[in-house]
Write a protein that binds this ligand. Sequence first.
Ligand code: AHR
Length: 499
Amino acid sequence: MRQTTLYAHTKFQIAPVDPRIFGGFLEHIGRAVYEGVFDPDCRHADEDGFRTDVMDAMKHQSMTVMRYPGGNFASGYHWMDGVGPQKLRPTVRELAWQSIEPNAFGTDEFIRLCRKMDWQPMLTVNLGTGSPEEARNWVEYCNCPAGTNFADIRVGNGEEMPYDVGLWCLGNEMDGHWQLGHVPADQYAIRAQQAAKMMKDADRRIELVACGSCSVDMFDTYMEWDRQVLDYLGDYADYISLHRYVGNPKDDTPDYLAVTNSIDRQIEEMDAVCRFVQARRRSDKRTYLCFDEWNVWYKNRETDGEGKFAPHLVEEVYNLEDALVVSGFLNSFVRHADSVRIANIAQIVNVIAPLITRGDDLLVQSIYHPFTMYAGRQEGTSLRTFVDGAGYMSESYGRVNYIDAAMIQNDRKLHVFVTNRSTDTDVPLRIVLEDRPIESLVSAEILTGGQDPKAANSFEQPDLVGKQPYREIKVAGGRSQCFLPPLSFAAMTFELEKW
Ligand code: AHR
């Protein structure tokens, strides 16, 4: 195959990368909370009942922000059920996933977990069955100093200091007919505006995420929903949410790996509607994008908890091609650092997740690795990257290069992320930073799984897909050169020559 060259220039910058694009999402669904992060009976449980094996594995992913408690769950959740003495917390029939919810894990436990993991908390308020006032009271509980009712309830529960939760989502997927309390855009906008006002009155510093379209192709309200919501919410909308779950139902790997084109496009379309509304309102305030649910999800559709506690729901098994698509999502967020400020992979453990628990055991799935490869390479400025090389025409998403790429420059460090979509061929790859010679390679890892796109880890064979140090990279004459194996993702860090 002919050589692919990545061209960049340190002056051609997109924007500083917001570290919050490396976020996660923890929902009360299936075994995500119970048997996932929280499992007091597990051999690995710490003094708070959190699973240390899950926490230790997650530390390598360096997630920055964590969304909670849903998802669809949030639209039927009353946060007061999940605070206070454990014995007094009600066990309820949970409405989104038809499960039993004992409320043993709630706001205080979540914040404790965030502190242990160094995650910024991000809470989703209930705008389905809940009221704007209930949302406002939650802000008071979390963020206000002692001296008023809900803040004092927190203090009574043992937490004198406010939690300072900075990010709040105004409901979840309210355009979806499955959502508890689903309404048309104009009605959601009214609800969200009322909640936003009261929430910001409780704490001026918080930032709010409005519910955007939850799908690009399911409803004909795509974009129109977003326009109406943004128009009505005005400057209350600091961010608007995007959701995206992709898959390979046609079992066509090259086509599936080209889905990155449509992720780029979804981001650009959502940014366009934000800019359109901003211009029409003649406002100085730009609404940024919060991609607060994204992942591969198409194989397992078990969503009915059948009245059970911690049922096995949507425990998707991930393979090599899925991991490459996950790397493509992350590359796309970096390429759109000017508009995407927050992103959360859905989810973190057991439910459509990089990690799976079974009793006391833990399995690391293929999609775990792209995050660990971005870890330590999150900081810096995204550089415009021109990919000059061979490509192919995909059936669903148009033409793509074999190589999907993103670059982050941090002073004298250059981080390069490359996914090879070719199913059978090494791609000769050259990296050229036009105005700054590359001096040396600092570190590099590569994710592979042989040439089998369907290779997947299991408890029996846990290491089929994994990352390893990538040593076959040469640096000469200020440029870098390697042969990227088929179906792989590499993350590299170079030292640039001193100016
Ligand atoms: O992540 C699982 C579910 O997918 C979320 O609860 C919902 O928001 C989305 O439809």
